[in-house]
Design a protein around this ligand. Structure first.
Ligand code: C2E
Ligand code: MG
Ligand code: MG
Ligand code: MG
Length: 286
């Protein structure tokens, strides 16, 4: 039972407890309550053409509204959910809700090309993962080509043989893969081309100081070249200013995501703000 396993962990850790530990353990227990009490929701952030600013897709980002602490950032609770084995449950929930939302927007006439969902390495290790994915697609009726999974370089490197099999299986049914936070890991060109990938997302850290750092410009320009060589779509994340957008566009980055366009929003707010800006397939190609 959820509560019991939370307190077992507590007993195990108290021997060397410090306040940070205690807080962490409390938060772990709260995660189970959060699942039971429906404290999780999904927000969506648009991914747009860097030229036309039309929306091509959205990234689903999980939110946890804690009854006492308010919004707890995913960077805090995702690692906790991973460490207590709750991420598979949460990940499945995210996948299902993201697919349902895509269909609901369709019904409202807001037809996005894709929804991108973050997948944690632990989900990849779950032997039921591919079946869960198939179930979510069957349940919601989403065309697999409209689902993008965002994975990290480290996921690919931890168990490359297994990752390759999973990527190939899911690519066969039409799902596409993006490498998230690209540039922060250690993958090489030779390495990347072993996997069936569709997109790279340049990590926000390279975009942040793009205008002032020659190094970061050199990295972005290398990633643009890499994406062209491997025929991958490129998205720059964390774009906050018009100057960054302009520079990225001139460097050859075709898609952007970031606060310049909009923060992650609840589905209804996103629909209100962007219904006139959704690019259909033929428009996005031009
Ligand atoms: P990520 O996948 O790289 O997502 C992008 C993060 O950057 C999001 O943070 C987003 O809100 C933030 N962001 C977007 N534009 C800007 C910007 O212009 N400036 C700045 N400073 N930040 C921007 P968020 O939502 O806090 O998520 C953090 C990370 O948590 C995500 O990074 C992802 O790794 C993880 N995460 C979020 N949702 C899920 C999920 O459903 N499953 C899994 N496994 N991980 C998730
Ligand atoms: Mg992501
Ligand atoms: Mg990212
Ligand atoms: Mg990131």
């Amino acid at each position: 039972q959820a509560k019991a396993s939370g307190s077992n962990t507590l007993a195990f850790h108290t021997a060397h407890a410090d306040p940070a530990d205690a807080e962490r353990l409390k938060l772990e227990a709260d995660l189970y309550d959060g699942v039971r009490n429906g404290e999780f929701s999904l927000h969506f952030q648009p991914i747009t053409s860097s030229h036309s600013r039309g929306v091509v897709g959205v990234e689903a980002l999980i939110r946890w509204h804690h009854p006492v602490h308010g919004f707890v950032p995913p960077s805090t609770f995702i690692p906790l959910a991973e460490s207590i084995g709750l991420i598979n449950y949460l990940g499945n929930w995210v996948l299902k809700i993201a697919c349902m939302q895509l269909m609901q927007w369709d019904a409202q006439g807001i037809v996005l090309q894709y929804v991108a969902v973050n997948v944690s390495p632990q989900q990849f290790r779950d032997p039921r993962f591919t079946q869960n994915v198939r179930d979510a697609l069957a349940l919601t009726g989403v065309d697999p080509s409209r689902l993008v999974f965002e994975i990290t370089e480290s996921l690919l490197m931890q168990d490359p043989a297994h990752a390759k099999v999973l990527l190939e299986d899911l690519t066969t049914i039409g799902i596409r893969f993006a490498v998230d936070d690209f540039g922060t890991g250690y993958s090489s060109l030779a390495y990347l081309q072993r996997f069936p990938l569709a997109k790279l997302k340049i990590d926000r850290s390279f975009v942040e100081n793009l205008l002032t750092s020659r190094n970061d410009r050199a990295i972005v320009s290398a990633v643009v070249g890499l994406a062209q060589t491997l025929e991958l779509e490129l998205v720059a994340e964390g774009v906050e200013t018009e100057a960054q957008r302009e520079l990225l566009t001139s460097m050859g980055c075709d898609h952007i995501q970031g606060w310049l366009v909009c923060k992650a929003l609840p589905s209804d707010e996103l629909a209100k703000r962007f219904e006139d800006r959704v690019l259909h397939l033929h428009e996005a190609a031009s």
